[in-house]
Structure formats: C-alpha cells, structure tokens
Write a protein that binds this ligand. Structure first.
Ligand code: HEC
Ligand code: HEC
Ligand code: HEC
Ligand code: HEC
Ligand code: HEC
Ligand code: HEC
Length: 498
C-alpha cells in the first residue's frame, strides 16, 4: 500500500465514541429510511467513471458514451423470497437538469468523420438519448451509450462530473413502482494539453510518426481508429498495437517523474474529478497503482498477453474467494447473493461504498438509512430471513430480536467498553434471585457464563471484562447479555471498541 492506514484506525474509534451514545439513545437507527414499497430498484454505472473529449475537431480519444445498469426486486415477506424481475416492468431513465448535449460538446459536428454515422442531435452512438427506456436483459436492465456530458443546463461552463440520473420503474399500466438515482459519472479531464504536458493538440498530432498510413492533416483523428481499443470496440490495424499499450508505454517515464495517483490523474480524471473515490481510497489510502500497477506494468502486461479493458484487477486478487467474483469474470459483470449484482450492493468500480461523493451514497441511504454496503436484509426480504445471506452473513437482527425481544431492559455501563475495561450489568430483581446471566456475540454464539449476585438494592449485578470462556479478549463488536431467573428476565447490549 502506498499510504499508511493509521488514520482510519484512529478516526473510527473516536467517531464511535462520540456517536454511539447518541445512536443508542435513539435506539439504533440514526436515519430511518422512508418505508419501502413492494419493489426496489438497485442502479449503478458500469465503470465508476467515463471520460469524453469536449472538442473533437482535431483529435478524439473518447465520445460521450455512458452506461447505466439496474435491477428491479420485488421484495419478499415472511412467506416468500425476493424476486428479481426483468419482464412486465419498464424502466425509464433521465438526467434531471441535463437535457441536451449539442453545444456542450462539438461531437455532433464530427460524428460522421470519426465514426461514419450522422447522428440526430443529442442521440449517441447506440441510438440512446439523454432520456428513454432501459433495455431488459435476463435479471437486469441496461441503458448503453447515453451521450451525457458533465455540463448541466443551468451551468454549461462548469464541469459537474457526478450528476445523478433518475430511474423510474413502472408496471404495465404505467404506475410508478419505485425509483432510484444512480450517479452517471462523466469527465472531460482527459488532459493532454490542459495538464500542462503538451503545448497543443498540434504538438501531439504532428509529433506522431507517419506510419501505417498516418496523416496529420486528415483531421479529426480518432486515435482508436488505428490503435485497437476494446472500449470503443475498434479492431485497429495490427502494426499500431493496442492504444492502451502505446499510450502507457510512451509515458512510462512518468513512473519516475510523476509517481502515484497524481501521475495517472494527468490523463485519467483528474485533478478536479478524482474519480477514485471508494472506501479503499478514502478509508484505506489505496491508489491506482495498488490495484493496477504503474505505467510500465499497465503497458508491459499488455505485451505479455493482457487484453486491455477486459483483463482488469479483481476483488478476489486481494480478498478471499468468498468475497470474490467468479474467476475470469469482471466485477462489473458478476452477480452474488441471490443473483444480485456485486455492484448492486457495493457500488461501481472505483466508487465502492461508502463513497467520498454523497451522491453515490444516496441510493443506499434511501434504502437502508445509512451509507455503505447494502447490508440490511429487510430491504429485499421484507423480513430478516433465517438462513445465511451475502457471503454467508446471518442477520444479526435475528439474534438481537431473540435476546432483547420482549425482555426488560438491563442497565449496562459503560458502553462502549474500552479495551481492558469492565462492564457492569444490572437487572431489576426485587425477589433477590441470582438467576443466570449469559453473554452472546452478534452471531448468537454463547461467549461467557457470568455469576450474578443480588446486590441488596433490588438488582442482580454482574461484571464482564470483555473476555471469553478461555480468558481471551473478544473482538470489537456488539455483544448481548441475557439474565433469566424463573419467570423474570432482562437483556442488554454492550459495544466493545478497540
Ligand atoms: C492512421 C493510423 C494511426 C492513427 C490514426 C494513430 N496512430 Fe499512433 N501509431 C500508428 C502506428 C502504425 C504506430 C507505430 C507502431 C509502432 O511502431 O510500434 C503508432 C505509434 C504510436 C505511438 C508510439 C510511437 C511513439 O511515438 O513512440 C503512440 C504513443 C501513438 N501512436 C499515439 C497515437 C495517438 C495519441 C493517436 C491519436 C491522436 C494516434 N496514435 C493515432 C498508427 C496510428
Ligand atoms: C481497489 C482497486 C482499484 C483501484 C485503487 C483502482 N482501480 Fe481501476 N479497476 C479496478 C477494478 C476491479 C477494475 C475492473 C472493474 C470492472 O470493470 O469490472 C478496474 C478497471 C479500471 C479501468 C477500465 C475501465 C473499467 O472500469 O473497467 C480503468 C481505466 C481504471 N481501472 C483506471 C484506474 C485509475 C486511473 C485508478 C486511479 C485513479 C484506478 N483505476 C484505481 C480496481 C481498482
Ligand atoms: C498519458 C496519459 C495516461 C496516463 C498518464 C495514464 N493513462 Fe491509463 N489510459 C490512457 C488512455 C488514453 C486510455 C484509453 C486507452 C483505450 O482507449 O484503449 C487509458 C486506459 C487505461 C486503462 C484501461 C485499459 C487497460 O489497459 O486495461 C487502465 C486500466 C489504465 N489506463 C490505468 C492507468 C493507470 C493505473 C495509470 C497510472 C499508473 C494510468 N493509466 C496513467 C491514458 C493514460
Ligand atoms: C489490490 C488489492 C485489493 C483489490 C483488488 C480490492 N481490494 Fe478491497 N481492500 C483491500 C485492502 C488492503 C483493504 C483494507 C483492509 C484493511 O486494512 O482493513 C480493502 C478494503 C475493502 C473494503 C472495506 C472493508 C471494511 O472493513 O470496511 C471493501 C468493502 C472492499 N475492500 C471491497 C472491495 C471490492 C468490492 C473489490 C473489487 C471491486 C475490492 N475490494 C478489490 C484490497 C483490495
Ligand atoms: C446482497 C448484497 C451483496 C452482494 C450482492 C455482494 N456483497 Fe459483498 N458484501 C456484502 C456485505 C453485507 C459485506 C460485509 C461483509 C461483512 O461485514 O462480513 C460484503 C463484503 C464484501 C467485501 C469485503 C470483504 C472484506 O475483506 O472486508 C468484498 C471484497 C465483497 N463483499 C465482494 C463482493 C463481490 C465480488 C460480489 C459479487 C460476486 C459481492 N461482494 C456481492 C454484501 C453483498
Ligand atoms: C439486495 C437484495 C438482497 C439483500 C440485501 C439480501 N438478500 Fe437474501 N436474497 C435476495 C434474492 C434476490 C434472493 C433469491 C431468491 C430466490 O432464490 O428466488 C435471496 C435469497 C436468500 C435466501 C434463500 C436462498 C439462498 O440463497 O439460500 C436467504 C436465506 C437469504 N437470502 C438471506 C439473506 C440475509 C440473511 C440477508 C442479510 C444479511 C440477505 N439475504 C440480504 C436478495 C437480497
């Protein structure tokens, strides 16, 4: 890792200390979501960022071209599992506040020269516009090739790379069932000139060798016209090799001159956009090179057989296979628990939840009341299901409901409990019985049998030092304590921090 992790280690514990008393005072949910209907929509962008050129008159790397994905889930209940729907429901998409692209980029003046098609205004290369219907595929919906620019109608001169789209699900009669607001990320920070590296586009165009029929006067020049790019689906000409190979190989001196994320951000968006914004970047300090390698490795791996855009890093490279995609499959094409796409719960690549950008987190806040991975089973199941869920996780609420349920509340202090501290549990007990007191972890495993004493002031009292039966300190987390004496019982909850 290129940066150390210490900030995260310290900050969350501090945040916990400040937040937990508040949270427990409101008994759990800080931000209760609106009640969900019978359907929910999960939605995301395939790559986490799309680049485009604003000006295409001289040379073009990428046209405006964005892809949205969605899944519609009919929520379950106590008697039925959730269902992923892909027929009978239609999904329409739009980008509120961004209704046209012509004039915000000159792409429509050069579409024929670059791609051999004369597109109607504001219509992209696949025939999609800035609003329309998503196409149904088995288990999901896609709108591919949306020609969105990072410029809103209100401020067409200001780049806003993280605009939110709006997706509305309707049944056969046109009634709205649910909506979702994915970020449709796009940036023009493909900076050959504005990065301060090249003096002009002419400098690039006339600096290119006249090989393979290259003619600097034949403008606009589509680099991927000769240099194969799976992003655009251009086969190129063999002697020109992959565009990704040439561009990273030519600039590999930057591993020395501009090491780290700022180097990649000279061309990938960018010093304003900072497209890498997921938890691994913001909470764990990881940068592009941690996952992709440096310039030399990005280009060198292509010479060694890697197909650009199709062979990319995978979660399973660093996390265990329980938390990975199927081998040989991209994250963006992979499904996990119950057929839900990985990105449906974790977000787009480079924006893995929780994201630095509030707009990325909006959907999960609407669904479960807080940002981060979609982890609340009831969002899809309507109830807390009995079996294990994503990656084998069981619903901790089931354990909580069973232990806390209808019992009296016990007095617990202090909570949170610091390492090395001792928690005191007090259960009201006028009869003076000692009863049995047990500590459980969040998964419902029994951790410790305590020895409560009648304390003479109407309570059964016990102390717990945060260790298990073997005297080992238990991991940080939520623990439950239950006291039972004949007909009487009480329960409480203690949070252990590290
Ligand atoms: C008409 C075809 C054609 C077009 C269009 C084209 N190239 Fe090339 N390019 C080539 C060929 C052929 C080579 C030589 C490959 C070799 O020698 O390895 C090459 C080589 C390169 C190299 C490596 C050679 C060097 O200078 O060190 C880079 C970098 C490069 N091109 C970038 C670009 C960029 C950027 C664009 C768009 C502005 C572009 N090319 C457009 C055909 C083309
Ligand atoms: C935590 C690991 C990680 C970091 C850090 C990371 N990437 Fe990626 N990158 C991935 C993964 C995983 C994919 C494949 C995503 C997919 O398409 O399924 C990917 C794919 C890509 C792609 C191909 C398009 C796509 O999304 O498939 C580009 C371009 C890219 N990354 C650039 C960057 C740049 C530039 C940075 C730094 C600003 C960066 N990445 C940082 C993991 C990472
Ligand atoms: C000099 C400009 C430039 C720099 C610097 C740069 N890239 Fe790129 N990168 C590009 C361009 C242009 C493309 C698009 C190539 C295509 O269309 O196939 C690209 C595509 C990619 C891709 C997708 C294609 C593939 O090979 O899988 C990845 C991944 C990637 N870059 C990673 C990085 C990382 C990591 C860094 C920093 C170490 C970096 N890039 C620095 C210009 C650059
Ligand atoms: C290059 C290695 C690498 C890759 C590739 C990678 N991760 Fe990570 N990930 C890490 C590391 C290291 C951490 C931080 C672990 C720590 O320090 O506790 C992390 C942390 C996380 C976390 C936060 C966990 C927590 O406890 O808060 C999530 C979520 C996550 N990764 C998801 C993903 C997903 C999804 C992918 C694939 C798109 C992925 N990771 C790809 C290395 C990687
Ligand atoms: C239904 C929602 C859901 C789906 C779908 C899902 N995950 Fe997860 N994922 C979670 C939850 C919840 C966690 C937190 C796990 C925990 O705390 O034990 C998690 C954790 C992770 C982590 C972090 C593990 C760590 O080391 O902390 C990775 C990586 C990950 N998932 C990858 C994936 C991949 C890859 C897929 C698709 C094949 C996927 N997930 C599908 C909900 C989901
Ligand atoms: C994003 C939606 C979503 C979330 C969140 C979710 N599930 Fe599911 N779950 C599904 C879907 C879809 C199915 C598939 C139903 C089917 O097979 O027809 C499913 C199936 C199941 C099943 C039964 C089938 C099987 O795969 O064994 C269990 C048990 C289950 N989920 C438990 C959980 C638990 C526990 C959680 C929370 C930790 C959870 N789920 C969170 C969507 C979700």
């Amino acid at each position: 890792m290129s940066q150390n992790h210490s900030p995260r280690r310290v900050i969350p514990s501090l945040a916990l200390l400040i937040l937990l008393p508040l949270l427990t005072a409101f008994s759990g949910e800080a931000n209760p979501p609106l009640p969900l209907g019978q359907h929910i929509v999960l939605s995301w962008n395939d790559l986490g960022m799309h680049c485009m050129n604003k000006d295409h008159a001289q040379m073009s790397i990428l046209p405006p071209y964005n892809n949205l994905f969605a899944q519609v889930i009919e929520r379950g209940d106590a008697g039925s599992l959730p269902r992923i729907l892909d027929t009978e429901i239609s999904l329409e998409y739009s980008i509120p506040g961004n209704t046209y692209s012509v004039g915000k980029t000159d792409f429509w003046e050069w579409d024929f020269d670059l791609f051999g098609v004369d597109l109607p205004p504001n219509i992209g290369l696949t025939g999609k516009g800035l609003e329309g219907e998503m196409d149904a595929h088995p288990g999901h919906y896609v709108a591919e090739g949306i020609p969105v620019t990072p410029f809103t109608d209100a401020e067409p001169d200001v780049e806003d790379p993280y605009q939110q789209a709006l997706i509305i699900a309707r049944d056969g009669s046109g009634m709205e069932l649910a909506r979702s607001e994915p970020v449709i990320p796009v940036s023009t920070e493909v900076n050959c000139v504005s990065s301060g590296c090249h003096t002009s586009e002419d400098n690039i165009i006339f600096g290119h060798d006249n090989e393979g029929g290259y003619n600097p006067y034949d403008q606009p020049i589509l680099c991927a016209g000769c240099h194969a790019s799976p992003a655009l689906g251009t086969p190129g000409i063999p002697e020109a090799k992959y565009f990704s190979f040439q561009i990273h190989d030519k600039h590999k001196f930057m591993d020395e001159t501009n090491p780290g994320q700022i180097g990649c951000e000279k061309c990938h968006p960018g010093p304003n956009t900072h497209c890498l914004r997921g938890t691994m970047n913001t909470d764990f300090g990881m940068v592009c090179q941690d996952c992709h390698g440096n310039m030399e490795q990005v280009s060198g791996s292509i010479e060694n057989g890697r197909t650009p855009w199709l062979d990319e890093p995978a979660c399973r490279d660093c996390h265990t296979s329980t938390y990975g995609e199927p081998v040989g499959q991209l994250y963006r094409n992979s499904q996990g628990h119950g057929g839900v796409y990985c990105a449906g719960c974790h977000g787009s690549p480079h924006a893995i939840f929780p994201s630095r950008e509030a707009r990325d987190n909006a959907n999960n806040i609407a669904l479960q009341g807080h940002s981060g991975t979609l982890r609340d089973c009831t969002v899809c199941h309507g109830v807390n299901p009995g079996g294990s869920g994503p990656h084998g996780i069981v619903a901790t609420d089931i354990v909580e409901a069973e232990i806390m349920g209808s019992r009296d509340r016990m007095l617990v202090y202090p909570s949170p409990l610091m390492p090395g501290g001792t928690a005191t549990f007090l259960a009201r007990n006028e009869e003076g019985a000692r009863g049995r007191m047990l500590v459980f972890d969040a998964r419902g495993r029994t951790i410790r049998l305590l020895d409560p004493q009648a304390d003479g002031s109407g309570h059964a009292r016990a102390a717990w030092d945060g260790t298990d039966r073997g005297g080992q300190r238990v991991a940080a987390g939520v623990y439950f304590v239950r006291w039972e004496a004949g007909q009487r019982s009480a329960a409480g909850k203690v949070v252990l921090v590290d």
